[in-house]
Design a binder for this molecule. Structure first.
Ligand code: FES
Length: 490
């Protein structure tokens, strides 16, 4: 028997991006009704899938997570209590189906007897024909050796391992895996929920559970009022999902929705990417993580009795990992923070104040257009954040990157681009070199100017002033609507 699945669950089940299935639906390859698809249609589209492929999902997820430099999450089971509750719910469902089947069986037997009685009493050929039809139908059903639908079986397993959360009013969806909190699952899925401490103290992640069951995953200090509890409010940072949920949750849709924060982070590592560009990895305390939108900047400052310096840089990592913040710092004598950093003033475990986020270089809200990134040198940093966020959020459409370096070794994360292209068929990139930012702009625009789909893309330009000015002017002159263009000076 075929089974209906939401597109998110179907994508998770077979290990493809939701956007890929959405494209198949839009292209007519995958029939959909009210956002649901059937396991039978999925199997037609992906005929190679079988129960033995259950490992394929893990494998694909691992490739993607490695490509995006994330910590590989262990696919852990939910805790025993949650597992027991989900299994009990599934057993109840099964028992319900069994009870109904038994009733139908009794009904069919009674119908058969009744037909036999009527047929012998009336000698009606039509009633006798009806009896033969029923017998043949029953024999075919009972003798059928049709194998179980493998996707339906996989989905049953997935329902025990994960819970689906539907968010109101946005309609966003995400899955809670293992025993992770609802907040962590939302961040991992590229959503921008309201939150603060992440630790049960501030109350900023308060959300209303419209339906479904949750369970506390940690002790909290924040006191919800009796009225809030009665209305179903709970702290997303301190609860996991036992069953599928519908929740009402505040989400940031623009930079103004995110408050400026000040956090003391620690240097986790400082590694050279090339001779003049360093990768600074800061880690915040578990209970005080930086909330930001992909593409935004933060000010870093170091102060003490012997030193005091600061600088503002784009965050080069995804908001879905809000504890681990990456920055690409270029050697620059005019930049006090960079100068001190390259002089060895920062060491692992040193404290760095983070102030922010700031900046408007964020993805267009609710846009479904394809993305084009034109970057020069360390203009790659905010675009890396945008791209990783787009992948976490499973945004539909293709992504094209043109990265122009003004020095021969300037594509300092070329391997990263290759890994993305290997992991995602929707991503393509070109690496160019040019002697100056202005020439770099001309080269980047020339590379995309004759693309048929240029005017259908959201274009993000990042790099030195000369690059951004020339590229945005050229794109405007080519007819790109200003509303589809965002830029960032680095
Ligand atoms: S984020 Fe502070 S209580 Fe949840």
């Amino acid at each position: 028997m075929t089974q209906w699945l939401t597109i998110s669950r179907a994508a998770h089940l077979i290990g493809v991006a939701r956007a890929e299935l959405q494209r198949h639906v839009a292209g007519g390859l995958l029939p959909s009704h009210d956002g649901m698809v059937t396991t039978a249609d999925l199997l037609k589209l992906y005929p190679g899938l079988s129960l033995e492929d259950t490992g394929a999902f893990e494998h694909i997820t691992q490739i993607r997570e490695e490509a995006f430099g994330r910590r590989i999450r262990e696919r852990v089971l939910p805790n025993q209590e949650v597992l027991a509750q989900r299994l009990a719910a599934q057993s109840e469902e099964l028992e319900d189906v069994r009870r109904h089947l038994a009733h139908y069986h009794d009904l069919i037997e009674m119908l058969r007897e009744r037909i036999e009685q009527v047929a012998s009493a009336s000698a009606s050929a039509q009633v006798a024909e009806l009896g033969r039809f029923l017998d043949a139908g029953l024999a075919s059903v009972l003798g059928s050796e049709e194998p179980a639908d493998p996707l339906a079986v996989m989905d049953d397993v997935l329902r025990v391992m994960t819970a689906r959360v539907m968010v109101r009013p946005s309609g966003h969806e995400f899955l809670v895996e293992g025993s992770e909190t609802i907040l962590d699952a939302a961040l991992r899925a590229g959503l921008a929920p309201s939150y603060g401490c992440g630790n049960g103290n501030c109350g900023l992640c308060k959300a209303r559970i419209v339906s479904g069951q949750t369970q506390p995953s940690r002790q909290t200090d924040y006191p919800l009022s009796a009225a809030e509890r009665a209305q179903g409010y709970t702290l997303l940072c301190s609860h996991t999902a036992v069953s599928d949920l519908v929740i009402e949750m505040l989400e940031a849709t623009a930079p103004d929705d995110i408050p400026v924060q000040e956090i003391i982070a620690r240097v986790k590592s400082l590694t050279p990417l090339i001779a003049d560009i360093a990768l600074l990895h800061l880690q915040t305390p578990r209970s005080n993580r930086l909330r930001f939108l992909a593409g935004q900047r933060a000010t870093l400052s170091v102060s003490g009795s012997t030193q005091n310096f600061r600088g503002e840089y784009p965050i080069a990592s995804c908001p879905c990992d809000d504890r681990n913040l990456l920055f690409h710092i270029r050697r620059n004598e005019a930049d006090e923070f960079a100068r001190r950093l390259f002089a060895g003033a920062l060491r692992p475990n040193d404290a760095v104040s983070l102030f922010g986020p700031v900046g408007e270089f964020v993805l267009h809200k609710d846009s479904t257009r394809d993305l084009l990134f034109l970057v020069c040198d360390t203009g790659f940093a905010p675009v890396k954040s945008l791209f990783e966020h787009a992948i976490a959020a499973d945004l539909p459409g293709t992504v094209r990157l043109v990265w122009v370096a003004t020095r021969a070794d300037g594509h300092y994360l070329e391997n990263q681009c290759r890994a993305w292209a290997d992991a995602l068929e929707t991503f393509s990139y070109a690496l160019l070199t040019a002697p100056s930012p202005e020439v770099a702009a001309a080269a980047a625009v020339e590379r995309v100017l004759h693309d048929e789909d240029l005017m259908q893309r959201d274009v993000y330009v990042a790099g030195p002033a000369g690059f951004v000015e020339c590229a945005t002017l050229a794109l405007g002159a080519a007819g790109l609507p200003p509303a589809q263009l965002r830029h960032e000076l680095i």
